[in-house]
Ligand binder design. Structure first.
Ligand code: TXA
Ligand code: MG
Length: 327
């Protein structure tokens, strides 16, 4: 076991030094916390897979401080890429490009001919990468299969003793992971909905964008708490609240207007006023209710527009598509 240090943003020099030494440092972004290591240090990258317990064939993103850093790995950033970088970087959009063969270790790409590039909108993390003098891998800093971490405390919970340090920059602003768009083929495809909506991307590229079909049985488990998660449709909330108040160990996660109607014997987590607060608090809520040992968590749905695309994608995965129904 190693001692996991908590760094303040003012201590970024020390954290950058650890990256250069081949150590693992968790870093803040606007979406969720990431787990960083020098992309070119294969031993360090392997330790990222171990710390997360992540399947070895699931590729890692390459987190950069600017688009210049991408050029070392990509022959030419195509027009789509240039437009999206111009409009959204630094920001919550990850871009997949074909890479120069051999430019990145296989452990990073899982042997693919493409790689995913991410430039987060977080001052201290951009400094971390600049000071380390290298891009870093940047998967979410959670144990594989568990909810993504939106605070340094969440990272500490999952990674204590496994990594050298965590840069604590407070809770993340967005709470949902970045949108991932594949620009390596004949047409752009969104492979993961995220903080940047399909509509925003379509506006910039001036064309309709396809969303990759989400397989119902995913290859990798996602956002999987110990509790059973169920979605509740808007018209079912009064029945669901009544049912929950007659059971033991049910948790309810919803916006304030719904939480207000829940009797005190039910464990609740308030998602705030709207989709923005709900997205920001979603993973923290799942973690908190899970830690209270509830058997079932009932969660509010949102319309699938804007941030709602990302929110509903995560909720569907966490619930394996289960809807609460009055029996
Ligand atoms: O917001 C985010 O993107 C966060 C923060 C920390 O930057 N990172 C993140 O990384 O969510 P991760 O590893 O948890 O999710 C990235 C996803 C993975 O599902 C991985 O399979 C996919 O990106 N991915 C990576 N490289 C890929 C590639 N070349 N082609 C297709 N998918 C790829
Ligand atoms: Mg992840």
């Amino acid at each position: 076991m190693e001692i996991t240090k908590i760094y303040q943003p003012s201590e970024v020099d020390q954290a950058a030094r650890e990256i250069q030494l081949g150590e693992l440092i968790a870093f803040p972004t606007e979406t969720v916390y990431g787990l960083g290591a020098d992309v070119n240090n294969e031993k360090a990258v392997l330790r990222v897979f171990q710390a997360k317990n992540r399947p070895a064939d699931n590729p890692l993103n390459v987190t950069v401080a600017n688009s210049e850093m991408v050029k070392k790995y990509v022959n030419q950033i195509n027009d789509w890429g240039q437009k999206l970088i111009q409009n959204f970087w630094p920001g919550p959009l990850t871009l997949i490009f074909k890479i120069k063969s051999g430019s990145l270790p296989k452990v990073v790409t899982g042997g693919l001919t493409t790689a995913a590039f991410r430039c987060p909108d977080n001052k201290v993390t951009l400094e971390l990468i600049e000071k380390a003098g290298t891009p870093i891998v940047g998967p979410s800093a959670n144990t594989s299969g568990k909810p993504s971490p939106t605070s340094a405390q969440h990272v500490f919970h999952d990674m204590e003793g496994k990594i050298a340090g965590i840069i604590d920059d407070g809770p993340t602003a967005v709470g949902m992971e970045s949108t991932i768009i594949d620009l390596s083929g004949d047409t752009p495809v969104i492979v993961r909905p995220g903080a940047i909506s399909t509509t925003e991307i379509e506006k910039v590229l001036g064309m309709p964008i396809k969303m990759k079909k989400q397989a119902s049985a995913e290859k990798y488990k996602h956002y999987n708490p110990n509790a059973n998660v169920m979605m509740v449709s808007d018209s079912d909330w009064s029945d669901a609240i009544k049912w929950a108040s007659q059971q033991m160990n049910i948790g309810i996660m919803a916006t304030t207007n719904i939480i207000k109607k829940v009797p005190e014997n039910v464990i609740t987590y308030d998602l705030g006023e709207n989709i923005n607060s709900a997205s920001r608090k979603f993973f923290a809520g799942i973690r908190e209710l899970d830690s209270k040992g509830v058997d079932t968590i009932l969660v509010q749905q949102f319309p699938e527009i804007g941030l709602g695309e990302a929110y509903m994608n995560r909720l569907r995965k966490a619930s394996a598509d289960q809807m609460w129904q009055l029996k």
